[in-house]
Design a protein around this ligand. Structure first.
Ligand code: SF4
Ligand code: SF4
Length: 218
């Protein structure tokens, strides 16, 4: 087996492992919901934050049930050739992001400190799914309050998606594929760069890059 087929084999294996992970965690989430114990999912949030300190936002790309639903939703939209609105203003996104994260912590305080009966996890699931009926997937990935916590916690991570600018040809396939808007062009060329804080570590860009310029590495 030559190097190229080995690389392709690894990409396929990663893709299958990711799908398996998403299915397993979606089943766990559904089971907790069915048992009336969905609040316990917060434990996965905490573990996701701890993991992100070293391995980036694996929670978002491999575990989060909202992300899994959205991936299925995007697949269906693509098959039906349906288009969604895209929010391009990064200032607007930043304001929303701050508002949502403030509301998230206020909600947490209301539940833990004041004993309010709020189901924050299901509110997030509902908000994410409703938004993605009309807006492109990257919108929710950028305003999700738990995603914002991970946006910060992933900063010191040792492992992340890295794009080799010496190999990149600027074809743009990775940018088109990225579900979170984490890939953009450099100001002075078509060569791409990755914003690792926004990256969900889904590996989709690595899968489509024709010259193997992207890899998950330290
Ligand atoms: S897909 Fe690969 S070659 Fe194309 S822009 Fe992205 S990193 Fe560069
Ligand atoms: S940069 Fe790559 S790994 Fe990160 S979210 Fe975008 S497509 Fe996924």
């Amino acid at each position: 087996m030559n190097d190229q087929s080995l690389k392709e084999g690894l990409k396929i294996t990663k893709s299958r492992l990711r799908l398996l992970s998403e299915i397993i965690f979606l089943l766990i989430f559904s089971f907790m919901f069915w048992q009336g114990n969905i609040q316990a999912w917060a434990l996965f949030w905490v573990v996701g934050i701890a993991v992100s300190l070293v391995f980036s936002r694996l929670y978002c790309g491999w575990v989060c049930p909202i992300g899994t639903f959205m991936r299925l939703q995007s697949w269906i939209y693509d098959k039906l050739n349906l288009r969604r609105y895209s929010v391009s203003s990064s200032a607007f996104i930043t304001v929303l992001r701050l508002l949502f994260v403030a509301a998230f912590f206020a909600g947490m305080y209301a539940v833990r400190g004041l004993g309010w009966q709020l189901n924050i996890i299901m509110i997030l699931v509902g908000a994410g799914l409703i938004s993605s009926f009309f807006l492109s997937e990257d919108f929710w990935h950028r305003v999700c309050p738990h995603g914002t916590v991970l946006y910060v916690s992933t900063s010191p991570s040792k492992f992340s998606m890295n794009l080799d600018e010496d190999i990149c040809t600027g074809c743009g396939l990775c940018e088109k594929t990225c579900p979170s808007g984490a890939i953009t062009s450099r100001e002075d060329s078509e060569i791409r760069k990755i914003n690792n804080n926004e990256c969900l570590t889904c590996h989709d860009c690595e899968k489509v890059c024709p010259v193997d310029a992207i890899s998950y590495s330290s």
